[in-house]
Design a protein around this ligand. Structure first.
Ligand SMILES: [Zn+2]
Length: 438
């Protein structure tokens, strides 16, 4: 408790003065270490002041059960039984997962009797089973904090490198390249000297645990000296749909998703001159783009359309083909399972099947084929149509909304790297780095 030290110190002072009174003889000076009167700060976690307990933290080990954990901490069998019975509607004690952290809050007595068990299935959520007096079980969330930050960078090789140099999250590069500018800027063909600014929010749990970039509020990318603004804007509050638009309220997204699977890696691009070892290095054109992803990864329709094929056939394995309009069709190969039927209407992002290895394939991936007027082409080389634009009524609201954000963005200075500053000839005085970085 916070007052313990203070009381102890006070007692010592009283004892001393009492002694003085009684003997009236000089007391030899004894050095007494009176603990500094220091406010012991409350340590609040899981809604408890941890100073009130002996705190024991551990992780679920192989073979651990709720009963065993309490048992080896001096809780009797019948008490454990009661706790399990009372808590079972809130928390299934069998769901304890190997490696997940738990905390025991124990009484500050000689037995250190546990009074509360807290289990954390993930960094954000926790389950409390409090059995100090009556038995209470509930789940709660740790306080989340979003902190707005900004970053700038100049491209020398890639955006990841530009961010890495500043110790910024690669997730930011992913968001810019794959989510925001995927349709407007080809990040594989950035120019040296391209530069960017970004305003984003970082997410923290408990003020201390950094969990990564939460979202990008606005960005500015200068590619080939051409400016590209991007502002996050919620177009449908009910569904929570957020899209990115430029400074003229034009959608930055295209009618097609860039990839039919999330967080995948392109393992083979559209290539008419591809040579493959198993075919004796003969030219075997690859008219698709292969996205490697684990078996079972959902495959999404990259645009709205109607399913025209859904079958299993030869080298294609399980595949689905979708007609989007008179011009565009897309096709998805090697699925483990298909989810849609011919004639079904699907929307962009709808799951149409799952990644598999059916047909001719060396590993789990989806071969994505893009058809324009009946011909297979490289989707990355197409000028694809824009996604739905902002409605007229919303446009005014949008332009109002982005005004201060754009100003904020425009006022962020580009960081200037000291080595890029040309030293004036003949001058020996060098500015310190401190002044150059604003
Ligand atoms: Zn392929």
């Amino acid at each position: 408790m916070g007052n313990k030290y203070r009381v102890a110190a006070l007692l010592l002072v009283i004892l001393f003065s009492a002694c003085k009174e009684a003997t009236k003889t000089p007391i030899p000076i004894v050095k007494v270490d009176i603990p500094e009167i220091e406010e012991v700060k409350d340590i609040i976690e899981f809604g408890y002041n941890l100073n009130d307990f002996v705190v024991k933290r551990d992780t679920i080990k192989s073979g651990d059960s709720f009963g065993q954990i309490l048992g080896r901490n001096n809780v009797g069998y019948s008490t454990i039984h009661n706790i399990v019975e009372s808590a079972k509607n809130t928390f299934n004690i069998r769901s304890l997962q190997l490696g997940k952290p738990y905390t025991l809050l124990c009484a500050k007595d000689s037995l250190e009797t546990p009074e509360c068990f807290i289990y954390q299935p993930n960094p954000e959520d926790y389950v409390v089973i409090d059995f100090k007096d009556s038995i209470q079980a509930y789940t709660d969330k740790k306080p989340i904090n979003y902190i707005e930050k900004s970053a700038t960078g100049v491209i020398n090789s890639s955006i990841s490198v530009a961010l890495e140099e500043q110790g910024l999250s690669p997730r930011l590069a992913f968001k810019l390249a794959d989510e925001i500018y995927a349709w407007t800027i080809d990040f594989r063909r950035l120019q040296k000297g391209d530069r960017f600014k970004v305003i984003y929010t970082d997410k923290y749990i408990d003020d201390s645990i950094y969990t990564g970039v939460h979202n990008v509020k606005a960005a500015y990318f200068e590619h080939n000296s051409e400016p590209f603004y991007a502002f996050a804007f919620e177009t449908d509050a009910e569904k929570g749909i957020v899209d990115y638009f430029n400074d003229e309220a034009k959608n930055l997204r295209r009618a097609f998703l860039k990839a039919p699977v999330q967080f995948s890696r392109i393992s083979s691009r559209y290539n008419l001159k591809r040579r493959i070892a198993v075919y004796g290095y003969k030219v075997r054109p690859h008219k698709g783009t292969d996205f490697a992803a684990p078996i079972g990864t959902p495959i999404m329709a990259t645009a709205n359309g109607t399913v025209t094929k859904s079958e299993r056939r030869g080298g294609n394995g399980n595949y689905v083909k979708i007609r989007h309009n008179a011009t565009y069709e897309t096709q998805y190969l090697h699925m483990s399972k298909r989810k849609v039927k011919v004639g079904e209407y699907v929307k962009q992002g709808d799951v149409i099947g799952w990644v598999g290895m059916t047909g001719n394939t060396g590993g789990p991936h989806v071969c994505y084929r893009f058809w324009v007027n009946g011909k297979q082409v490289d989707p990355f080389k197409q000028k694809l149509p824009l996604a739905k634009s902002i409605s007229d009524s919303l446009k005014i609201e949008y332009l109002d909304f982005i005004k201060p954000i754009k100003e904020q963005l425009d006022n962020i200075p580009f960081e200037v790297k000291p080595e890029l500053i040309e030293e004036p000839k003949g001058e020996t005085v060098r500015q310190s780095n401190q002044n150059l970085i604003s």
